[in-house]
Design a protein around this ligand. Sequence first.
Ligand SMILES: Cc1ncc(COP(=O)(O)O)c(C=O)c1O
Length: 416
Amino acid sequence: MFGRSKQEITLNVAFCRDQFPAACWNWAFFENAGGSYVPHSVIKRLTDYMTECQVQPGGPFPSSQLAQQRMDEGHRNMAEMIGADVDEVVIGPSTSMNIDVLSRSLRPLWNEGDEVIVTNLNHEANSGPWRRLAETGIRVVEWPVNPETAQLDIDLLDRLLTDKTRLVAFPHVSNITGDINDVKTITRRVHEAGALVCVDGVAYAPHRFVDVKAWDADFYAFSLYKTYGPHIGLLYGKKGLLLEAKSRHHYFIPETATSYKMNPAGPQHEIIASLSGISDYITAVAGEHLDDAPNDLFARTRAVYDLFARHEADLAKIFIDWASNKDGIRLIGRETADADERAPTFSFVSEKKSSAEIAEAAANHKVGIRHGDFYAKRLVEALGISGEDGVVRCSMAHYNTLDEAKLLVETLDKVV
Ligand SMILES: Cc1ncc(COP(=O)(O)O)c(C=O)c1O
């Protein structure tokens, strides 16, 4: 790669695939938005912890100290990857749980009659917990998507914000549409109105670089099992806000223990230790592609995600070319493969076949896709689509090949 500009370097997909168990590639897998594959590096970190540190962390003997060290390392690596401090990062059971805990921890700071704005573009994880605050006297205001385009209108948000708004909950990317929302602009407008944002980054983080500080996000959540890690979630919160939020843990856990107090489940030891396997993977991809791979993990991660984004745009183009030229298909979301505009997550409905029939037929061709509402039930219903059958969703990741994407559209062409 020496001597070539970063723009010229293309992702070595074969190298990436080699980092995962061979069985991953028996099928053309396009349900990545449900959960991504996990590389050997994560499996190794998990196995190492389970074989070498079978004790509670934090004790005065060597195996216990090693356990603590590895957990701290996993936590620190995740914070570094997104440019945050360790005590701004909560690792908890899932995004659904992390946001539920967050909503309960912020509620004591608000008064009856205060408002939260929630969009129906959200997955239920960033919707239900805020809506349930209505039971405690909070007024819930809906920021509806356009039912034709599934887009959010930022000017409409301006009209919904009042001096009572405390928080706005919206997704960076919808797990149905794949469209990328402008987090920086929305956050700025919300801040101007004196409120906070809680951004669901679950459908964004597997595809693009997460830069919470650049966006000035107050709270930003994503699920590490969709970013090549184990089944767990990450919640970023600005330090000052996490300090103010009321602990959901035991009464004797100090309010200053920001990461710990927001995970009443208690830390998931071996899983947190295995998170270093995600940064190992990023480092391996950086080493393969860049002669001058940056020393700091944050910059390395950015460089790798730039490579992912360019390859994903090529994959997306194959799908968009098919969907936009196919009669009887309603593609939900933007008709573009532009990496700044959308992630490679595509949903559609067909005039001729049910979504269930299409997903099942694709399986006969060794193409893994699914149908349904994917827990974005309010969105699917707002778009006038049957909640039960839902949409067909095809979601790609950087490790998919162009041939797999071609197989996907050829298969859909046959079965639709
Ligand atoms: C966009 C989005 N948000 C939130 C979630 C919930 O994540 P978790 O399973 O970690 O609760 C999902 C899961 O599919 C999702 O796709």
